[in-house]
Design a protein around this ligand. Structure first.
Ligand SMILES: *Cc1c(COP(=O)(O)O)cnc(C)c1O
Length: 337
């Protein structure tokens, strides 16, 4: 038995999902004639209470398109120092949009409206122009933590007062919605643009969607084309997304429950220094200083248990659709021994 907890992206499409893909009606999406892509886009736009949605091959491309739509070269984006758009998109924000990031390092990534106010550049020509605020929910490098919706609304007011765009990297928004019992439309009300991933917790092989109001989304399809993200009979992929929206959201509660149970075992192990709070499906824990991180990872790997090392003696596990009850029982047993 292989227990792969490196990421929730390691899932493979289920039989049901594959059947939905095989049965998909398709057409040429460059002509906007793929009925399944159009259906997925319509369904997600409606779910978030927005007018427009556009299917993308990756979350990176959806985020990069959003940054391009909100900014001009030379502008500045306010985000957490661990933001995906800054750390894990290959420098794309500067390469594609010519923007810099003002990195916030406060309150475990959950910055406040006042932090945003303080980070906005003065309106003098020799400063870069602050034009966008970006947050991530759940926050990946912050241990899958969920934002407080009221705090987000206060940031939105600052954005409105200062003419700033507001983008949500919602790669794992599904986990936040389920964990906090919130509705997608509550996020649609606050953000100008939202990117969501279908290939993380929802178990699709590929696919992300950028959602927004008509005006900001007007050029989204042109930017996607510039980035090389136009697709043809993408309905086979969109069908996986539609299947996931119907079948794989509510069950994320299972992943969250398992993550908490793993955390409860870890915290009682003598080799573990600390376990970060577990809001959703991500578990970040720190080994005691006398335990070698690489050796620990290798030892688990020899037992067919795969986790990711994050440096600084910290490790990460992520529960997901393909991490089943048998694997869970086996993992807990192994950790305890
Ligand atoms: C995975 C992820 C993305 C998108 O990544 P892709 O691999 O390009 O789909 C964006 N933001 C966050 C927070 C992520 O975890």
């Amino acid at each position: 038995m292989i227990i792969d907890l490196r990421s929730d992206t390691v899932t493979k499409p289920s039989k049901g999902m594959l059947n939905a893909m095989m049965d998909a009606q398709v057409g040429d999406d460059v002509f906007r004639e793929d009925p399944t892509v159009n259906k997925l886009e319509r369904q997600l736009a409606e779910m978030f209470g927005k007018k427009e949605a556009l299917f993308f091959p990756s979350g990176t491309m959806a985020n990069q398109t959003a940054i391009k739509l909100h900014t001009n070269p030379g502008d500045q984006v306010i985000c957490d120092k661990y933001a995906h758009i800054y750390n894990y998109e290959s420098g794309g924000a500067s390469f594609n949009s010519g923007v810099s990031c003002k990195l916030l390092d406060v309150n475990n990534g959950m910055f406040t409206a006042q932090d945003v106010v303080n980070a906005i550049n003065p309106n003098a020509y020799y400063y870069s122009k602050t034009s966008l605020v970006e947050i991530e929910n759940t926050a990946n490098r912050r241990g899958g933590s969920c934002w407080d919706l009221d705090a987000i609304k206060k940031i939105k007011t600052v954005c409105d007062d200062n003419n700033l765009g507001f983008h949500l990297d919602g790669a794992r928004i599904w986990n936040a919605l389920v964990a906090k019992n919130e509705k997608a439309s509550q996020y649609g009300e606050v953000f100008d643009t939202i990117s969501v991933c279908l290939s993380k917790g929802l178990g699709c092989p590929i696919g992300s969607v950028l959602i927004g109001d008509s005006k900001i989304m007007e050029n989204a399809i042109r930017i996607r084309k510039i980035f090389g993200g136009n697709m043809r009979q993408a309905g086979y992929l969109a069908a996986a997304g539609l299947y996931a929206l119907d079948n794989n959201i509510q069950r994320l509660n299972e992943d969250h429950k398992k993550a908490k149970e793993i955390g409860d075992v870890l915290i009682n192990l003598p080799i573990i220094k600390a376990v970060e709070p577990i809001d959703t499906n991500i578990i970040i824990f720190e080994l005691n200083p006398d335990i070698n991180e690489q050796k620990f990872v290798q030892k688990l790997a020899k037992n067919n248990i795969f986790v990711i090392s994050m440096g600084g003696n910290k490790l990460r596990m992520v529960t997901h659709l393909d991490y089943n009850d048998d694997m869970h029982t086996e993992l807990l047993k192994h950790l305890k021994s």
